[in-house]
Design a protein around this ligand. Structure first.
Ligand code: HEC
Length: 178
């Protein structure tokens, strides 16, 4: 009788241990499951970026007018391009500008910095009237982004920052906001 009870306890213990291991295993994603989870986050991000890229169309003309000459592949050669000494200077500016920030393929913009940081800088440069650079503004009256255009651009930046931050928080993706 005693022996029988002991066997029963042991069997129960082993069985529950087995169940625990099974449950433990099933709640921990295996390599394959993990890959699927990562894929779904990637897909969600692609969809979000596509959505943002679509909304970007509403502010694109503002940037095309003021920034694309140096921050995209869509550079219009200006009339003063062939003045002696100017040509090399402009090319250097364009190369430098594009290295920092490139709007050519829409959102997300190409840059060495994380997208939230670049959005923050974009706003800062326009807010402080630092961009377009002075030498460019002299030849391009009206290229400063001011007034209503500035409001539209800043609203788009703010909406985009909110959407991105929400996404990163939801998926515990580390991010820096500026
Ligand atoms: C004449 C060329 C030119 C034009 C036009 C121009 N930029 Fe720039 N931009 C540059 C250059 C060169 C740099 C890099 C050096 C610097 O920061 O001054 C730069 C840097 C920047 C940076 C900083 C990126 C970083 O990584 O720090 C931002 C943001 C920026 N530009 C935004 C704009 C915006 C917005 C416009 C339009 C309103 C604009 N730029 C128009 C030449 C230009």
């Amino acid at each position: 009788m005693f022996l029988h009870k002991k066997t029963l306890v042991m069997t129960t213990l082993i069985m529950s241990l087995f169940v625990m291991v099974q449950v433990g295993n099933s709640s921990k994603p295996t390599g394959e499951v993990k890959a699927i989870i990562v894929d779904s986050v990637q897909i969600e991000q692609d969809l979000l970026f596509a959505q943002i890229n679509k909304s970007f169309e509403s502010v694109k003309p503002i940037l095309e007018n003021s920034c694309y000459d140096c921050h995209s592949a869509m550079t219009k050669e200006p009339w003063y391009f062939n003045l002696p000494g100017i040509n090399g200077l402009i090319i250097a500016h364009i190369e430098d500008g594009r290295r920092h920030l490139d709007f050519t393929d829409g959102f997300p913009f190409k840059s060495k910095e994380p997208i939230l940081e670049i959005l923050h800088e974009l706003k800062e440069e326009v807010e402080e009237g630092e961009m377009p650079i002075l030498g460019y503004r002299i030849f391009h009256w009206g290229s400063l982004i001011e007034g209503e255009q500035q409001d539209v651009l800043f609203e788009w930046i703010s909406e985009t920052e909110t959407a991105l931050t929400q996404f990163y928080k939801k998926h515990n993706i580390p991010y820096k906001s500026e």
